[in-house]
Design a protein around this ligand. Sequence first.
Ligand SMILES: [Fe+2]
Ligand SMILES: [Fe+2]
Length: 193
Amino acid sequence: MTDDITEQYLPLLAKLLKHERFMHSLGVRDTAGLLAERYGADMQKARLAGLLHDITKNRNKEFHLNTLKKHGLDADKLLLHSRKVWHSVTGAYYVRDVLGIDDAEIFDAIRYHTTGRAGMTTLDKIIYTADFIEPSRKYEGAEQLRKTAFEDIDKACLEGVKFCIEEQLSIPDTVYPDTLDFYNDLIYTKGDV
Ligand SMILES: [Fe+2]
Ligand SMILES: [Fe+2]
């Protein structure tokens, strides 16, 4: 792709992320682009959000806390939840404020890629789904989910959010309220409750 706007971020990303996470990010970028094509979303935004969604994943606790405090976010409430949630919030701010990508849709897609939320946009769902079906993800049922994602993205999201909630319950870990909102939203959308 000659006018691929994601290319310029590759050196920075390679520096900030561990190799495996970098490869995962490339996979999410490419998968998000394909899903955007399938569901009529903006392909450039999907590829960019996909590439950058985990940009702060390998930063330390201090970095996350400082970012959350700087933006006056409810750090205490976030602290009650898995650290997995932090990077999606700090990543969205990093992309907007440090990289200067001032796009509310990209911000939200990164912000909610771990938790989901009520009223997920198509782009939000694309990044959420691409995150768990990109080619380097290996788990039982991955192939079937890749197929499902291109047939019915809501169905794929429901599988994803159910997996997350089940995992959190089994640890046990807290379930972030946005995750439950996303789950409920998907069940309402199905219309058979
Ligand atoms: Fe992530
Ligand atoms: Fe990811």
